[in-house]
Design a binder for this molecule. Structure first.
Ligand SMILES: O=C(O)CCC(=O)C(=O)O
Ligand SMILES: [Fe+2]
Length: 192
C-alpha cells in the first residue's frame, strides 16, 4: 500500500492563478538536487524544472499555509512533525520531469535529507488532456510502491489548490510534461 493524503482547497482559484503568474514572471533557475555544495548546481538528466524565487510575502504566506496543515498530517501519518523546509516554487515546461527518487528519510545517505519526514506538493494548475490554455498534459506525480511489494504506481490527482503529502522515503516521479506549463510548490516537514 502507498500511504498518502490529499487535502483539497488549501488554496483558492485566485491564489493559484496569482502564484502561477508570480512564478512565471520570476523566471527561475534550473532546480538542483539536495547534496553537497560543491556538486554541480543542476542535473538535467535527473531533474528538469525551473525553481523560482518569489517575494518574501508570498513565501511567508505559503509557510503559514504549510504550518496550518501540520496537525492533519501528524494525525494521518502518526508522526510528530516540526518545521517545514523553505518551499520550492516549481515551473515545469514542455519536456520537464523528475525521475523516480526519494526525498529523504532513507538510510542511503547522510545529508540534510535525513531530516525530511513528510513531502508535500501543492498543485497550482490543472492537468487536462483537452487543449485548455491553463491546463497541462503529462507531468503526473506518480508514487511507487515499496520495492519489496507488488509493482504499484499511483498517479496523484492534480487538483489545483490541493496538497498531496506522503512519507519522504516513498519513491515518486514527475513524468515529462507533454503540453503547456505545470506549476507546483513543494516542501518537506521535518521531524519534531
Ligand atoms: O513537482 C512535483 O510534483 C514534485 C517534485 C518533487 O518530487 C521534488 O521536488 O522532490
Ligand atoms: Fe520529490
Amino acid at each position: 500500500m502507498i500511504d498518502y493524503i490529499q487535502i483539497t482547497e488549501v488554496l483558492d482559484e485566485a491564489a493559484c492563478s496569482a502564484l502561477c503568474a508570480e512564478i512565471r514572471a520570476a523566471g527561475g533557475r534550473a532546480a538542483g538536487l539536495m547534496g553537497r555544495a560543491d556538486q554541480k548546481p543542476a542535473w538535467p538528466e535527473v531533474r528538469r524544472t525551473r525553481r523560482a524565487e518569489v517575494s518574501e510575502a508570498t513565501e511567508g504566506s505559503v509557510n503559514a499555509l504549510l504550518a496550518r496543515q501540520k496537525t492533519a498530517l501528524e494525525r494521518h501519518f502518526g508522526l510528530a512533525l516540526g518545521t517545514c523546509e523553505k518551499p520550492q516554487f516549481l515551473h515545469y515546461r514542455e519536456g520537464d520531469f523528475f525521475v523516480p527518487h526519494q526525498d529523504g528519510n532513507t538510510p542511503l545517505i547522510h545529508d540534510e535529507s535525513r531530516f525530511r519526514k513528510i513531502s508535500a506538493v501543492m498543485f497550482l494548475n490543472r492537468q487536462s488532456d483537452d487543449p485548455s490554455p491553463e491546463g497541462y498534459s503529462g507531468g503526473s506525480l506518480v508514487l511507487h510502491g515499496p520495492y519489496s511489494g507488488p509493482n504499484l504506481r499511483v498517479s496523484m490527482p492534480a487538483l489545483p489548490g490541493s496538497l498531496v503529502a506522503f512519507r519522504s522515503e516513498t519513491t515518486h516521479e514527475v513524468t515529462p510534461v507533454t503540453r503547456n506549463e505545470r506549476f507546483t510548490i513543494v516542501s518537506w516537514y521535518r521531524g519534531a
